[in-house]
Each structure stands twice: as structure tokens, then as C-alpha cells.
Design a protein around this ligand. Structure first.
Ligand code: NAD
Length: 373
């Protein structure tokens, strides 16, 4: 098979979908790999490293994609990228399925496109789970971003000049990113508390040495949120949650919000009034900035210091800030996923396989996933 890795086109996207390490394995498996020149540079992987691993370097994207049976990406291809694909090619990446308006264009080219955001959260899929590998990085990086803007120490310090209190860190949303943010905050010496609508997260929060903030829930609400993903909550729950979150946010020095509901706008957890009542010098890092933000005052892609001295960080694509490790983990996820598709005889698209079936968004000329808007 011919496998191609184009350079990412989105501004600020420094990741790449294959590393010399994964290229070497693909080449050893008898595949021909082409990498667009410069694709890995921002992730600390120059062309020469790919060449040494057995890849051919193509001068531009069109040349890289022209022969490709399989294309690996980090982000969705733009129109020009889709036009450069071979008819019937296979495309694998984070294809933003809920909001990707180019799925019909992919279907028109009879592309089999796999959106890895749709991987089931099962034990079998864990080693290919790009959301986990990338959100883990986002959680870590969010705490470091917060420290950059926070004008105080994180740990408690006892010095001859006086004692410094530890920072109070509040994490809203305890999925993969939230858990890593808790662990990173603890390592830096902060006092950490966290909140999530899924009651199952209490034990995970406590096992990391943080305090779980509990909103009283009815039995029906507990059952509704016993799945892997959070559901949209009732108005009455949102009110109880809002009051409790407001109280803890006002006492916090740093708030990291990570709450997401797949395919829906991010739930608003911090209102403008709450942010206005926070302490001067405190920092909010909103990991949900790309899907509307958990904080009412977040501006996606921007960092703003408000008049009350609170900084709101709306940086998007935090995994892209740690591009080398993010790419390395992402590329390994992709290699494992490819293992489901590649056989010595070629591509085996077995739609009985729940992982392939769940992620396949276009195939045989059809769009298989409903776009949300
Ligand atoms: P996510 O990125 O979809 O959401 C982040 C967190 O925000 C979630 O914990 C969610 O419950 C929470 N949230 C949503 N609305 C909220 C609200 N209004 N207030 C507070 N919190 C809110 O989550 P994720 O990191 O992708 O993890 C989702 C699930 O997948 C978790 O149950 C996780 O344990 C599970 N998981 C399973 C596997 C696996 O078995 N392969 C791997 C990774 C994650």
C-alpha cells in the first residue's frame, strides 16, 4: 500500500500524523510511505529522519497524495487536500465529524474516511484512543499555561522572608484532561479540588489526593450520568451546580475547565458574574474554548486580562503546544488503528468490526455520519 502523510495546514497546528518510528514500522510491513517535505519539522522531526526511516519526501502536498491509497492526518483535509486525493483512497485522522461540512466531498470521491474522535471508549480501542492521548497532554499543558499567567507560587513555601500559601486549583470536568490537570497541579504543590457531573469520577479524584466537590444528585440524575460520557443536565441540577461552582471558583486561584459533551456546545460552568467576583491575579484556563468555552468570558484563541485582574486563557489546541510528544503518541494510536485495516493482501475493511464501523464516516460514495449543523 502507498501511505501518505501531508503537512497540516491549520494555523498553529504543529503536530504530524506519523513519526520516523511509525514510518519505519510501516515500511518494514512492506508499505511505501511518502511524507510531504517539512511535515514533521515543528514536531522535532526533520525530513532527513523520515528518509532514514525509509520514507520518500514529496516536495508538496499534491505530490504526496497523488499515489496514496491511505492518507494519515491530524486535522480534516481542506477542499484542496480532498481534491488532491486519489478516488477511493482511505483517509484516517481527527476529522471533526460533528461539524465537518466536507464529508459529502469525501463521499463524492468514494473516500473511506475514518474519524478517530468516534472511537468507542472500550478496552480494545484504548491503544488507538486519540482523544485520550491528546487530552492527557492538554490537561498537563493547561496547568503549565496557568502558571505562566499566575503571579504567585504554586507550592507552599516557608522562607526567612515569610510563608507563601499554596495555590488553590479548581478543576471543572474530570475526564482524561481533568485527571492529568489534577495530577500536574498536585506535583507542583497546589491544593486541588475538582468537580464533574459523573459521580464515578469522585473516586478517581480522591485517588489523586484531590478533594471532590459534590453537587447533591437525585437517583435518576445519577443513573443518567453513569455512562462514559456526560449528558446535558436539567435546569434544576444546573442551578444547584452553578451555586456550588460559584462558591469554589471565588475561593480559587486557578480554575481549569475541561467539560465537554460530544457533538454539543460546551456547557457553561462559569458565568460572567462569577468571573467578575473572582480574586485579582486568579487565572482561568478554558480547555473547551474551541467548542464555545465553559466560561462566559472566554475568547477562543486569546488570553485576556479583565479589569478585575482575572486572566482568562482561551488558547486552543493545547496538544499542539507539545507537538513532539503529542505527535509521537498520536502516530502510535494511528499505527495501532491501521493494524485493524492492513493485511498482507491489502486493505481489509471489515464493517462487522465495531471500531471500524463506529469511526467510518464516508464510504462507497455515502456519508455515514449525520452532521450536527
Ligand atoms: P470529555 O472530554 O468528553 O469531557 C470531559 C469531562 O467533562 C467528562 O468527565 C465529563 O463528564 C465532564 N462534564 C461534561 N459536562 C459537565 C458539566 N456540566 N459539569 C462538569 N463536568 C462536566 O471526557 P473524556 O476525557 O473524553 O472522557 C470521557 C469518558 O471516557 C470518561 O468516562 C473516561 O473515563 C472514558 N474513557 C474511557 C477510555 C477507554 O476505556 N478506552 C479511555 C479514555 C476515557
Amino acid at each position: 500500500m502507498h501511505i501518505a502523510i501531508p503537512a497540516e495546514r491549520l494555523a498553529g497546528e504543529h503536530r504530524v500524523a506519523a513519526t520516523p518510528d511509525t514510518v519505519k514500522k510501516l515500511v518494514a510491513g512492506g508499505h511505501a510511505v511518502t511524507v510531504e517535505s517539512g511535515a514533521g519539522l515543528a514536531a522535532a522531526q526533520p525530513d532527513a529522519a523520515y528518509q532514514e526511516a525509509g520514507a520518500v519526501i514529496a516536495a508538496d502536498r499534491a505530490a504526496a497524495l497523488a499515489q496514496a491509497d491511505i492518507v494519515l492526518t491530524v486535522r480534516p483535509l481542506d477542499e484542496d487536500g480532498i481534491a488532491a486525493l486519489k478516488d477511493g483512497a482511505t483517509l484516517i485522522g481527527q476529522l471533526n465529524p460533528y461539524h465537518n461540512h466536507n464529508l459529502p466531498a469525501l463521499a463524492a470521491k468514494r473516500v473511506s474516511a475514518f474519524a478517530l474522535e468516534l472511537l468507542p471508549r472500550s478496552t480494545r480501542a484504548q491503544s488507538m484512543d486519540v482523544l485520550s492521548s491528546q487530552n492527557n497532554i492538554a490537561g498537563y499543558r493547561a496547568v503549565l499555561l496557568a502558571t505562566q499567567h499566575y503571579p504567585r507560587f504554586m507550592p507552599m513555601l516557608m522562607t526567612a522572608a515569610g510563608t507563601v500559601k499554596p495555590a488553590r486549583l479548581l478543576i471543572l470536568g474530570v475526564g482524561v484532561a481533568g485527571l492529568q490537570a489534577i495530577a500536574t497541579g498536585k506535583r507542583l504543590g497546589a491544593v486541588v479540588e475538582a468537580f464533574d457531573v459523573r459521580p464515578a469520577t469522585k473516586e478517581q479524584v480522591e485517588s489523586l489526593g484531590a478533594k471532590f466537590i459534590e453537587v447533591p444528585m437525585s437517583e435518576e440524575e445519577k443513573i443518567a450520568n453513569s455512562g462514559v460520557y456526560a449528558k446535558e443536565m436539567s435546569e434544576s441540577y444546573r442551578q444547584r451546580q452553578g451555586e456550588l461552582v460559584a462558591k469554589h471558583a471565588k475561593a480559587a486561584d486557578i480554575v481549569i475547565t475541561t467539560a465537554l459533551i460530544p457533538g454539543k456546545p460546551a456547557p457553561k460552568l462559569l458565568s460572567a458574574e462569577v468571573v467578575e467576583a473572582m480574586k485579582p491575579g486568579s487565572v482561568i484556563v478554558d480547555l473547551a474554548a474551541e467548542t464555545g468555552g465553559n466560561c462566559a468570558l472566554t475568547r477562543p484563541g486569546e488570553t485576556v486580562r479583565l479589569d478585575n485582574g482575572v486572566t482568562v486563557v482561551g488558547q486552543t489546541n493545547l496538544p499542539g503546544l507539545l507537538a513532539a510528544d503529542a505527535s509521537s503518541l498520536y502516530a502510535k494510536n494511528l499505527l495501532t488503528f491501521l493494524g485493524l485495516l492492513l493485511t498482507p493482501e491489502g486493505l481489509n475493511l471489515n464493517l462487522e468490526d465495531e471500531i471500524l464501523s463506529a469511526t467510518l464516516v464516508t464510504h462507497a460514495g455515502q456519508v455515514r455520519f449525520p452532521a450536527a449543523d
